[in-house]
Design a binder for this molecule. Sequence first.
Ligand code: NAG
Ligand code: NAG
Length: 135
Amino acid sequence: MDVTLLKKLQAFILIVLMIPLCASAGLFTKDIHVHMTNNLGVGTILYLHCLRNSKEMGHQQVPYNWTCQWKFEEERMEFSTLVCEANLKGAKQLKFVAYNQSEDLCRDSCGWKFTQHGAFQFENGEWIFRYTWRH
Ligand SMILES: *[C@@H]1O[C@H](CO)[C@@H](O)[C@H](O)[C@H]1NC(C)=O
Ligand SMILES: *[C@@H]1O[C@H](CO)[C@@H](O)[C@H](O)[C@H]1NC(C)=O
């Protein structure tokens, strides 16, 4: 074996060995933060329930003018989604896609706010109306 081939082989082995280390160090993963704010009105509690890739993420109760956060780590090419249900004590509800990696609308930090009109998503510095409440 000549020296250059040996060097190439060494480099290759090094790269192969590095991959699991990099993966655990976050090179192939990123942290996603999804914020949800209750702007519904004084005394109205926002109830949230989310599933990430169909896996349970739990429930949160958000008082008026408060913001909650859903945090998770995803693989770069995982195409993960965060699908949530919002409701106001059963009176009004809506189901929404809070995060969809394939569409990448909000990148690493996604913002939602809820008013009596429905759900708005923060995109390019603006609140965009996305979902209406169902009764
Ligand atoms: C809720 O937030 C808005 C906007 O920041 C503010 O004007 C209002 O006074 C707040 N209301 C309460 C009850 O905290
Ligand atoms: C996420 O976006 C992709 C691409 O637009 C779409 O095919 C998929 O149905 C979306 N997922 C959800 C849960 O909306």
